[in-house]
Design a protein around this ligand. Sequence first.
Ligand code: SF4
Ligand code: SF4
Length: 248
Amino acid sequence: MPNTSIRFACNGCGVCCKGRLIPLTLNETRQWLARGHDVAIVLEAFNEETWTAEPQQFAHSARRAAEVRSGGAKIQVVAVFTANALGQCPNLGADDRCGIYEERPLVCRIYPMEINPYIPLLPQNKACPPETWQTGEVIFTDHIVDATLARQVEQSRQADRDDAQAKIDICEYMGLTTAAWKNNAMAVYQPARHELMAALDACEVNTHESGGKEWSVRVNQSGLRQQLQDAHIRLNDDNASNYIFHEL
Ligand code: SF4
Ligand code: SF4
């Protein structure tokens, strides 16, 4: 039975195109790089032993991750390839219109809908102004009402699953094998555009053997460090400068 009814009508304000990293599929990553823009990579690790949320949520997260070796353990790592729109998206025009509207990434088409089925759609958590939630069609009740939106959300989830191993292969090819721990911190790499393009090409033609690299995890918080050490996960205390470590 529907427990909510959410209306929405985008007003084109462009706020969602500013101050954020925009997740890209692998195909969208190629297109983004080809347009001359940079792509950042966020690496996030987790495992079943330390998972505290519902088991179904672990299954959902594990399907968009690849299993890798770390010390004496196996861990899950998700590589999120993202367009840098921390200032604003390079495709956003002075009139707040998207310069690549017909080719814009899937997440831009889906926003403000949630892609993760375990995160509720809460207007107060979204960038859209209050008035945009007062008009328009009902987009969500206890499910996504709009058929196009529902299809795009499913496409996005499927791309996450389909691309998971390939994205990890690309990271391994570039030597990006230190991740942050989910819900503890973010490890953000900003590879040079030409290096990421070369890695994409190399991994696409399969010149690289996947799955063999040793991974480590960067964690500063003492309790979590002990927990991961007890699970025989390799910790990285290098303070390496090739990524930004942002504690949450
Ligand atoms: S690609 Fe277009 S819709 Fe997506 S963030 Fe950039 S300007 Fe906004
Ligand atoms: S922030 Fe919301 S209302 Fe503004 S352009 Fe983005 S989706 Fe539309």
